[in-house]
Write a protein that binds this ligand. Sequence first.
Ligand code: 5RP
Length: 235
Amino acid sequence: MAKNSADETIKVMKQQVGIAAANRVSSDSIVGLGTGSTTAYAIQHLGDRLKSGDLNNIKGIPTSFQASVLAKQYGIPLTTLDEVSKIDIAIDGADEVDPHKNLIKGGGAAHTREKVVDALADQFIVVVDQSKLVEALGTTFALPVEVLPMAIAPVTDALKKLGGEPELRMGVKKDGPVITDQGNMILDVTFEAIADPATLESTINNIPGVLENGLFVGLADLILIGEIVEGQPCV
Ligand code: 5RP
């Protein structure tokens, strides 16, 4: 398939899966709004449903500055975890999904807030295209770890001792590191396939200076997958 046509197919898969997730949201609910290109379609469709009157009285809890900008753009009222005690449903993307519904997230550097919101949701729906499915986590995507800037050097050493190859994430222009919404930096850590995600998740989070890593173990309730069936994108 030519590159442009492959990109267009992935875009349509992301759009369809985002819309399918947004259609699962009921009126009078608190909705966790994830980050990334797939969730952006879900946020847009939630806005469309509100506008058409098909959905009423929802409030969103954004997982990033990007999600809050999109929510405002599409007319979704926002709230915070100071105002509500529970989240009914969260919709979020992922960078890898294994057969046990464990995830790697953080391709958009938002996994710290995403984990807070997604973990609090009664139902956490993951929206991905089929390219994100893997047999073992860590095989196609380096694990994002959010780190306090003053602790980059010791955390890098500690991650190397765990068998990882950490690399500081740089911005698109490569003239400085990516800075998270919390003012921290991201180390992308390449491991050979991650055999025990639960243990690695807590081991990394115990390194002083680590805010959060992108392993989401046992949190996802439902994975919605955009696929190509008989040449056509579908969910
Ligand atoms: C952001 C994330 C995203 O959900 C993840 O990177 C997937 O993004 P996309 O839907 O654009 O492929 O974890 O931190």
